[in-house]
Ligand binder design. Sequence first.
Ligand SMILES: *Cc1c(COP(=O)(O)O)cnc(C)c1O
Length: 358
Amino acid sequence: MRSVRPAAPQLAGMEPYDPKYLPADAFLSANENPRDVEDALRSEVMRALKRTALNRYPDPLANDLRDLIAEANGLDRDQVLIGNGGDELLFDLALAWGGPGRTFLNLPPTFSVYEANARLTNTAVAEVARRADFSIDEEAVLARVAEGDIDFTIITSPNNPTGLRAPEDFVERLLDATDALVMVDEAYFEFSRRTVRPLLDAHPNLIILRTFSKAFSLAGVRVGYVMGHADVIRELVKVRQPYSVDALSQAVARVVFENRASFEPAIQAIIDERGRLADALRHIPGVTSFPSDANYLLFRLDGADAAWAYLYERGILVRDFSHAPLLEGCLRVSVGTPEQNDAFLAALRSFVAERQAR
Ligand SMILES: *Cc1c(COP(=O)(O)O)cnc(C)c1O
C-alpha cells in the first residue's frame, strides 16, 4: 500500500518539542549551569566510566544511585526513583496518574512539557492561571481541587519560566485539601535553597522532582529523580522503561552526587549573579523584570521579538516567550558567567537605546 494510516488522534495538531537551540557565543536559553563539571571531578568521572561494563544491561532501577540519594534525604531506597532526566519522570507521572477519563490540573504559564504529556496520554487538562505577577492564585487552586475530579497536579517551585517559588504553606494547605497526587517540581531548588521535603513524611500524596541538569552541570547526561511514598514510587516503576537510565549516566551521576558539595561555590556564584542581573535589568528603561528564586530571569519589554533577534545577532541566545500564551512580550535569560551576563546587559541596553532614538 502506498499510504499510511494516521497516527493516534491526540497527536493531531501537536508540535514536536523544539527548544530552538542555535549556535551562540553566550548560551543563555536553557537554564544550564554555565560551568561544566570541573577538571578534577571530570577525571574522577572518567575513571568511573572506564570501570563501567558496556556489554551488560544496566541496573534497571539504578539502586546504587538511589541509595545515595535516599540516604542524603533521610529516605529509604523504595522512596526514590531515578529517571532519564526529570522529563522521563514527568512522562511516567502522566502515564501512571493520567489517561482517558482522568484530569491534570495545570497552573500556566509554566513548563510546557506538563501539558504536552497530558495531551499525549489523553488526560484532560484543567487550568488555574497564575496572577499577573505570576504568583499562584492559591484560593482558586484550592477551590478547583475541592471539585474532586483532579487526579494530579504539578507545582513548579521555582516556576519555569517565571521564576518564583511556591510558598510552602500553600503547598501544605493543598496537600491537606486533596487526595490528588501533587508533584512539586524542584528542578531549580538548589537556587532557591528551599524544599518541601519536610512535608513528605506526613503527606502520602506528595512527590518531589529533582534533576542533575541544572545546578549539577549534567544536562547532557540525562538524570533526574523523584522522592515520594513507596506506594507512589511503585506505580511509577510499573510504567517506566526498564533500562531508561544507562550505565554510563548512572556512573556519572553517582560521582557527581557524592561530590555535590563541590558545586556549592558555583551555585552561590549563580545566585549572586542573579541578584546583580536583576538589579541591572530594573534600571533599563522600558524593561520589566520579574523576581526570581531560580537561575534565570523573565523580563518583558516592547519589541521583545526584535530584542531577541538583536541579542542573537550579537552572539547571545536567550529564550523567546514573546508569543507564548500569558507570556506575551517576555524573554527569559539564564544566569551565565559574569562575562556572559555583562555581554547580555550591554546588548540589551543598546537595543533599548537604539529603539528610543528612533
Ligand atoms: C529542566 C527542567 C526539568 C527537568 O529537566 P531534565 O533535564 O529532563 O532533568 C523539570 N522541570 C522543569 C521545570 C525544568 O525546567
